[in-house]
Design a protein around this ligand. Structure first.
Ligand code: LER
Ligand code: MN
Length: 272
């Protein structure tokens, strides 16, 4: 298993669950100084980030890119894959495709979480799922050209009414032709939505490809009330070898959140 920590380059996301803010080079330097293996980047758009700059920051600090988030597509640009307007749905797919290409150049996947949107008003759940299916069938082959999966993240009920848990995610993914869509399980969302987080991780099984490593209160693991031991056991049982990425609030401050995360990571996943 590998450790990762989040860097947000999106001013509009202030107050959101990201540890380092605003400066890619400084974030990478910090991540490396705490001993993380990788960074996960939350960006405004692919056009606003230069691949050469990412490469230099990663190489200088011997870091990998764990993943890139696409949520700014919704947060900043008000795009979602299930918008009733076909032109906006197309722009949402293009926004994600450009992030797939940018991340894919580093061997990393893009994450689709908030961009799933929601159903309601004039859009039925079936219709929204139909549009989400079309989007995934188009975007997954794009990820495949880079040899990476596309990550799907179920979110808690306060962020979407479409897909909130592992079981519904698996039903959705199993209905798709595309085979390279993998699950991102965010322990914060799971704490709200799953009956048992450990059972849900086991159910995700081989489909699991990324974990957002957070405690019950979305702080660093160890600062909330999640019982971590059964989750670690479940991850071991399914032979999970991917990233545990701290998508958490920078509380009480970024450095303490990073330090607490790497301490927890080493406590639970040390090789000895
Ligand atoms: C949002 O709550 C979240 O967990 C992100 O990872 C979704 O893109
Ligand atoms: Mn998440």
């Amino acid at each position: 298993m590998h450790s990762a920590i989040t860097i947000s380059l999106v001013p509009e996301a202030r107050g959101g669950p990201f540890v380092f803010w605003g400066d890619l080079a400084a974030g990478c330097q910090q991540a490396a100084s705490f001993g993380f293996d990788a960074v996960e980047i939350f960006l405004r758009s692919a056009a606003e980030l230069d691949a050469g700059r990412i490469k230099r920051s990663l190489e200088q600090h011997h870091l990998k890119l764990a993943a890139m988030g696409t949520g700014a597509g919704w947060l900043v640009h008000k795009l979602r894959l299930t918008d009733p307007d076909p032109a906006l749905r197309r722009r949402a797919r293009e926004f994600i495709a450009s992030i797939i290409d940018l991340a894919g150049g580093f061997g990393a996947p893009a994450i689709i979480g908030s961009m799933q949107g929601r159903w309601g008003e004039d859009v039925s759940r079936d219709q929204a799922l139909g549009w989400l299916t079309e989007a995934f069938e188009e975007l997954a082959p794009r990820a495949q050209t880079h040899g990476v999966p596309l990550l799907f993240e179920p979110l808690n009920r306060y962020e979407t009414n479409l897909i909130n848990n592992v079981e519904d995610s698996l039903v959705f993914l199993e209905g798709l032709r595309a085979q390279n869509i993998r699950l991102l399980c965010d322990l914060f969302h799971m704490n709200i939505e799953e009956t048992s987080i450990a059972d849900a991780l086991r159910r995700a099984g081989a489909r699991l490809d990324h974990v957002h490593f957070a405690d019950s209160n979305r702080q660093a693991v160890g600062l909330g009330h999640t019982d971590t031991a059964p989750l670690v056991e479940a991850l071991r049982d399914i032979n999970y070898t991917g990233y545990l990425s701290a998508e958490i609030l920078p509380l009480p401050d970024s450095d303490t959140a990073a330090e607490q995360t790497i301490t927890s990571f080493r406590k639970w996943f040390s090789k000895s």
